[in-house]
Design a protein around this ligand. Structure first.
Ligand code: ZN
Length: 240
């Protein structure tokens, strides 16, 4: 969600509806005539099967493009998006996120699940200012899954006011990783060391990514010089 969403206001410089659709259709035609023919082999291979490298759970915000920021091709990422990159705890909701997780882990056998939050997240801003959601009861109900992060920050964070949004965004990723671990398919494969989970926060302005290091209890940058910080708990069984 972008900044303008919770207030219900239209984007500042909205193009008219006809132009917006026309731009999208022209993009599709360019893809069909110019891009697709160049990658025909890949699409032929993908026509009947997929074996994605990872599941990527992120916010619905239009500024986050998982394939772009990870330079992934079609078929590489199994992407699930929603407002606030939320993962409802197992058993509370048999909705789209839980279904996608079970399918990714059991049917596709993904080895990595990445939960990715981002800077300037409208959902996180709404969590900090719940009055903005009065006319959006569904969003309000959905963001109850971020209430745990809000409470942790409110009770523990001594940071300056301008830092609260960033801290909440990181804490929300940690909370959603906790929720992720309540899903039996995830818990089972984590216990046997067959699945790895990651908590990232992407910065829109600088394109930096900070990743959660569960061992140290802190977020650190992915810089290419150090091992990628991981949120995966230690396995307790060998793979069956
Ligand atoms: Zn967002």
């Amino acid at each position: 969600m972008s900044d303008n969403t919770p207030s219900g206001a239209a984007p500042v410089e909205a193009e008219n509806a006809e132009t917006a659709l026309q731009t999208i259709v022209e993009g599709f035609l360019r893809f069909r005539h110019e891009v697709f023919p160049e990658q025909e082999e890949l699409f032929k291979k993908l026509a009947t099967a997929q074996q994605p490298r990872a599941m990527f759970i992120t916010c619905a915000d239009s500024r986050i493009v998982p394939e772009l920021i990870t330079q992934s091709a079609p078929g590489d990422l199994f992407v699930t998006r929603n407002v606030g990159n939320v993962v409802p705890p197992y058993g509370q909701m048999n909705g789209g996120v839980s279904t996608a997780i079970e399918y990714a882990v059991l049917a596709l056998g993904v080895q990595h699940i990445i939960v990715c939050g981002h800077s300037d997240c409208g959902a996180m801003k709404a969590v900090l200012a719940p009055a903005t959601l009065e006319r959006m009861p569904t969003v309000k109900a959905w963001l109850r899954h971020a209430e745990v992060a809000r409470t942790v920050v409110a009770d523990n964070c001594t940071c300056a006011e301008h830092e609260v949004l960033g801290v909440l965004t990181e804490e929300n990723v940690v909370s959603q990783l906790d929720h992720l671990r309540t899903h039996p398919s995830v818990a089972s494969r984590l216990a046997s060391g067959q699945l790895f989970i990651h908590g990232w926060v992407y910065d829109i302005e600088t394109c930096a990514i900070r990743a959660y290091d569960a061992e140290r209890g802190e977020f650190r940058p992915i810089d290419g010089d150090h091992p990628v910080p991981m949120a995966t708990p230690r396995p307790r069984y060998s793979p069956s």
